[in-house]
Design a protein around this ligand. Structure first.
Ligand SMILES: [Zn+2]
Ligand SMILES: [Zn+2]
Length: 450
């Protein structure tokens, strides 16, 4: 046997292996710029990189870490239905961002507005459809992405090209949504046509340029520290001082008729909407991101006060005319509309319909209920005729009209498990001289032919 060879001591250096991630740690695009990528777009690109539909990526990989098995289908549905809103800000946004960050080991908060959560009002913040700049998409090249700014309601113009954003597919005309089960960034959510081929929007008016640039500023500043709720009243107080020292003056400058709202903002009990904040910032030519952080920082350019559109006035609604129109809609021989459908047809919101025309709403509910009842009766009558016919024809062929055989004759949503239809089946058998079941008329056992 050969003697064992003794080697000199060696120092083992462990190789520098980066932390493994469950999903690809795709790099987000353009973070820290006004065209920084949206979390929704990142999710779409991630799904594409894994050759999965986006909806499948959420359902299979993200949702199991976010919620219990029982809540999961509802939550996946909620994410897909709420579109970009669930991925920009709010409780769902935070959980979605945290989970996706953990799965990819990429810090994804800058792809949201979570940083501004304590100071930014969520009212009218996110748009339900996705607007886009075809020129930007063209510039993004072969791997397009969608900036966070495009999903914000008040971003109506491209901050780079100063043209109005567009929202419809150049090929099929579909209005775009940020996320869909099978969405791909830069492509139509319906027909997959490249959105960069759309005709760019017209030149943006000053107010659109201002509001879009202000909000894009929040996107590019979405990295560092988080402003707290105390900062905003401080900035508003500073704005009052800078515009002459009176609440009334500031209220007038931004188009409010009273100072009640200003008092509430100062107390911190409500947050001004994004629209109001942009008006305040336009008045003093201040940077919106710095304002939300409690500071007044001047910017080089702001629209002329005369170009600031006046706040939309509360619409006067002619209720007596709408009531006549609604009554006509409810007396129809066709489909009687539900209350939401009726409100949509009248061009008012459901809540204002309920508040201003409660009697009309009650009538609409009753009419819809009657119509649903009539539909159910008609449907059952139709089903009875089919059952009679099926039983008679099976008996003619000398086959027992069992529940299973009669069921195959019924169109899809109708079922013999429905008590009324089961009774109809038993009655049809009795008419064809088939013995009554000894267990009672509805025991469900297969009857025997006599
Ligand atoms: Zn652009
Ligand atoms: Zn299309």
């Amino acid at each position: 046997m050969r003697p064992l060879h003794v080697y000199p001591d060696a120092t083992i250096i462990e190789p520098d292996v980066p932390r493994r991630s469950r999903l690809y740690n795709l790099a987000p695009r353009a973070v820290g710029t006004p065209l920084g990528e949206a979390l929704a777009s990142y999710g779409l690109r991630l799904a594409e990189a894994h050759s999965l539909p986006f909806g499948a990526l959420i359902a299979e990989e993200v949702a199991p870490l976010m919620s219990s098995a029982a809540r999961r289908p509802a939550e996946v549905g909620e994410i897909l239905a709420s579109g970009a809103a669930s991925m920009v800000i709010g409780e769902l946004g935070r959980r979605w961002c945290g989970t996706l960050s953990a799965l990819t080991t990429v810090a994804l908060e800058p792809l949201t507005l979570l940083k501004w959560e304590e100071v930014l009002s969520r009212r009218h913040l996110v748009h339900e459809s996705l607007r886009f700049c075809p020129e930007c998409l063209d510039a993004f090249g072969a791997e397009p992405y969608e900036p966070l700014a495009w999903s914000l309601r008040r971003v109506t113009a491209c901050p780079v090209h100063a043209r109005m954003l567009v929202d419809r597919c150049p090929a099929c005309g579909l209005r775009q949504r940020s996320i869909r089960y099978r969405a791909v960034p830069g492509a139509c959510r319906g027909c997959r046509a490249p959105l960069r081929t759309a005709t760019p929007g017209g030149p943006a008016p000053d107010w659109d340029r201002w509001s879009s640039a202000s909000l894009s500023g929040l996107v590019s500043a979405s990295g560092a520290s988080r402003p707290t709720a105390a900062e905003l009243p401080r900035a508003i107080e500073a704005a009052i001082q800078a515009t002459g020292g009176s609440r009334t003056r500031l209220a007038n400058l931004i188009g409010l008729s009273s100072t009640g709202a200003v008092a509430l903002w100062l107390s911190g009990s409500i947050r001004p909407s994004v629209d109001i904040l942009m008006r305040v910032c336009a008045v003093g030519k201040w940077d919106l991101a710095a304002f939300l952080d409690g500071r007044l920082v001047g910017v080089g350019w702001a629209p002329d006060p005369a170009d600031i559109p006046s706040r939309p006035k509360r619409r006067e609604i002619d209720w007596s005319r709408l009531t006549r129109q609604a009554d006509r809609a409810l007396r129809t021989d066709g489909v009687v509309p539900s209350v939401p459908a009726l409100a949509a047809r009248l061009g008012v919101s459901e809540s204002s319909l309920e508040a201003s025309a409660p009697k009309l709403v009650a009538r609409a509910v009753a009419a819809r209920r009657t119509w649903i009842g009539r539909q159910a009766t008609a449907r059952r009558d139709g089903a009875r005729a089919i059952i009679d016919e099926a039983v008679a024809s099976l008996v003619r062929d000398g086959v027992a009209p069992s529940a299973r055989r009669v069921q195959t004759a019924l169109p899809k949503p109708l079922s013999l498990r429905e008590p009324a239809l089961k009774e109809a089946w038993i009655a049809a058998m009795a008419r064809n001289g088939l013995g009554a079941c000894p267990r009672g008329p509805a025991c469900g056992r297969r009857p025997t032919t006599t």
